[in-house]
Structures are given as structure tokens and as C-alpha cells.
Design a protein around this ligand. Sequence first.
Ligand SMILES: [Zn+2]
Length: 69
Amino acid sequence: MTLASSTLPHAACPLCHTESVGMSDQAFAAGALWRCTTCGQTWTAERLAAVAGYEAWVAARASTAAVQS
Ligand SMILES: [Zn+2]
């Protein structure tokens, strides 16, 4: 991970964390599909962003709960 990387989701399977070898952020941004070679899930930039947004929501909830308890 470099500071020069874009704001697009990291191109790795959210389920099993397999790196999307051969898939660039630019390819995802162009609407390309990537099929995880480990778990078989098919990912697009939209799906990766949705998962990333959900994880951020869960993290925000967890931190809020920690403050309140
Ligand atoms: Zn996978």
C-alpha cells in the first residue's frame, strides 16, 4: 500500500483476502469483473465499495458502543 494509491477499494477478495492478481484499480474503475480464484465470488468496484462501506459502518458502531459502555 502506497500513499499514491487511489481511493478505490483495495483489489482483494473481502471474504478470503485473496489478492486480485492481474486486476488493477483502473480495471475495476472501468467496470471490470474479477472472480476470486479461492472462493469463487465475483467482485466489481461497486461490490468492493459496498463491503468496505459496511465494514466502516460496523467499525463505527463498535467504537460508539465502546465509548458508551
Ligand atoms: Zn475470495
